[in-house]
Design a protein around this ligand. Structure first.
Ligand SMILES: [Zn+2]
Length: 621
């Protein structure tokens, strides 16, 4: 469904330059002070009291008045465009505080396994179909396959090796990227191209799997994937820009008006800057340069790199039209706690089966996950240097051991730099030691949670459950416990780790349940924690994520003086049965007063960058 919209949006971008220029100048001449009034709505404001109003008026990209219909109508002139919402819900645009939009965009262009639970035979069929599809880009002859749901392979416990991929193509390189982004599977040709043989050592923070004879199986974890990244012929600039535009189209259709690119590399900086220059950036783009473990030991050097990226790409304070901001830096504390990866750092060891397959006996093993990607001695001085240079560290911390390491460093930096207003974020936090829960509030550390993981699914049950044990599984995904302990919870979809569906994520966030279609084994809530309330979940994905990105004074709520970043929904997510929230459609997305996405049911697209269409756009002039 999203793909159709993306393609439609991409098609609509192609407007002859002259016409586009005419549209722009006509707009400027006819309406120097554009005004829009939304009336007869359920305007969910996310102000301090979560007030509900009937309408909102917008002028020059900003919110002017929020209130009842009469007040809102009175706040605009006779030429204002008045949009009757017919009772529909209007709310702040979504702020996604952790995602990988360029990878998401590429996924829309390249071969994708669609995050499906597949048998080996089904996977072979799909990858073969991709190999035979001439429309799929094959840079340098490589077949790059994304969205491989490694944890959901069927039957349970299936572990693939290069042999499977060699059957599909013994000559050209094939690489499967796991949807979690922490593993890759290569065929023999790809291993060769990446220069990996029996003697190759995995770099710090990574693993190269070997078979009994010592040969690489083709499976690489975490930093060992650098070998693939280096060998895989990258898409060119044009493909990256195309991917950025595909991502932006998907985001505006979902109602996302600001996002954090939580692992920006050169191509991310280039692509989103190019999109901005081209006038097609339809969401406020925050890009976090990645500091790798290797860079981390040189705190000054790593900080200088981030400063250089800021000098090159940051476009200054947030203004009406979307721009590129470099304020956050990204660091990985660990991998993921899900089996078979088990690369999350945990405070108690992963369990291992000391019995047999038929009569399992799960006992604590010896592995606490990998050695810390950033040991204490490295992390604290690094964070301190980054904070002094004005950056907000955004740390991937999945296991409770990694969360503990990150909080410890934040604590050290807080006491070393009293009065500093840095806003550290800890992304994912799938497990948190009970005594660490209140430390988020005490240290003003922001948990950035991926709500859609808070459900029973292949990655939270089965082998993961076995490795963690029932006590830890019961306490997994501690959104409620964090909120109760006073934490300011923000939200990040982590797209494309999962399909981009913010509304499914919200549904899971307020139910902790999967969709019924997922199957009987995934029915019922995950663990024993209650879900967040709808008000809390909506605040997380609007105001609190705005706070994370230092935009809380300009976005995140429908209040006078703020930028008009807002969305209109086809249903009222505060009142419908919770299970239906996942089916929510965004009818209109407005960014800085521009309608950048519209299904046409509420109002036509006006002059949203990149979305001018010959027919639909004319109504706004
Ligand atoms: Zn991520």
């Amino acid at each position: 469904m999203k793909k159709t919209n993306v393609r439609a949006a991409i098609r609509s971008v192609t407007v002859p330059p002259l016409l586009a220029a005419l549209v722009a100048s006509a707009h400027a001449a006819a309406a120097p002070s554009p005004e829009t009034a939304f009336v007869n709505g359920y305007v969910y404001t996310v102000d301090a009291k979560n007030s509900v109003a009937e309408g909102v008026s917008v002028r020059d990209g900003k919110i002017i008045t929020v209130g009842n219909n009469a007040t809102v109508r009175a706040s605009v002139g006779p030429h204002a465009k008045v949009i009757d919402l017919h009772g529909r819900m209007l709310m702040p645009g979504l702020v996604d505080g952790h995602m990988h939009p360029l990878d998401g965009g590429l996924l829309l262009l390249f071969c994708s396994l669609q995050y499906r639970a597949l048998t080996e035979a089904e996977l072979v069929t799909r990858v073969t179909a991709c190999r035979n599809d001439p429309s799929i880009p094959r840079p340098g002859g490589w077949l790059i396959v994304n969205a491989w749901f490694q944890e959901a392979m069927l039957p349970k416990g299936t572990v693939l090796t290069r042999a499977t991929l060699d059957r599909i193509d013994p000559v050209h390189p094939i690489v499967l990227h796991s949807s979690f982004g922490h593993s890759a599977l290569l065929n023999t040709a790809a291993l060769k191209a990446a220069g990996i043989d029996a003697t190759t050592k995995a770099p710090e923070g990574g693993e190269i799997h070997h078979d009994a004879s010592g040969q690489p199986t083709g499976l690489l974890e975490d930093s060992a994937m650098d070998y693939v990244v280096k060998a895989e012929p990258p898409p060119d600039e044009a493909a990256y820009l195309q991917a950025a535009q595909a991502a932006l189209a998907a985001l505006r259709a979902q109602g996302v008006t600001s996002f954090l690119d939580a692992m920006a590399r050169e191509q991310d900086f280039h692509a989103f800057t190019a999109a901005q220059k081209k006038g097609v950036l339809t969401a406020r783009a925050h890009l976090a340069p990645l500091i790798t473990p290797t860079m981390g030991s040189d705190a000054k050097g790593a900080t200088d790199y981030a400063i250089r990226m800021r000098q090159l790409y940051d476009q200054g304070p947030i203004v009406q039209s979307p721009s590129v901001t470099i304020r956050n830096v990204k660091l990985f504390m660990d991998g993921v706690i899900s089996a078979p990866a088990l690369t999350g750092i945990v405070s108690e060891p992963y369990r291992v089966n000391k019995g047999t397959a038929a009569r399992p006996d799960w006992e604590p093993g010896t592995s606490f996950g990998p050695t810390p990607y950033f040991p204490h001695a490295v992390l604290t001085p690094l964070l301190e240097e980054l904070v002094k240079a004005g950056f907000d560290p955004h740390m991937h911390a999945d296991g409770d051991g990694a969360v503990h390491i990150a909080l410890h460093a934040v604590e050290q930096v807080r006491s070393a730099l009293p009065g500093s207003d840095f806003r550290p974020a800890l992304a994912h936090d799938e497990m948190v030691i009970a005594s660490d829960l209140p430390r988020f509030a005490q240290l003003e550390a922001i948990p950035v949670l991926s709500f859609q993981w808070e459900k029973r699914a292949p990655d939270t049950t089965g082998a993961t459950e076995d490795a963690l044990g029932p006590i830890r599984v019961a306490a997994m995904e501690p959104a409620y416990a964090l909120e109760k302990a006073g934490a300011r919870i923000a939200y990040g979809s982590d797209w494309p780790v999962d399909l981009l569906n913010e509304w499914f994520a919200l549904k899971v966030g307020v139910t902790r349940e999967n969709d019924p279609e997922a199957g009987a084994q995934y029915r019922g809530p995950l663990g024993s924690q209650p879900p967040l309330s709808r008000a809390s979940a909506l605040r997380a994905i609007t105001m609190n994520s705005s706070y994370e990105l230092r935009q809380e004074n300009t976005t995140g709520s429908i209040e006078p003086g703020k930028l008009a970043d807002l969305i209109v929904l086809d249903r009222n997510v505060m009142t419908i049965p919770a299970q239906e929230i996942s089916h929510t459609k965004v009818l209109l997305t407005m960014v800085g007063g521009d309608i950048v996405w519209s299904t046409g049911e509420v109002a036509p697209v006006t002059h949203g960058p990149g979305l001018r269409t010959s027919g639909a756009g004319s109504g706004a002039l």
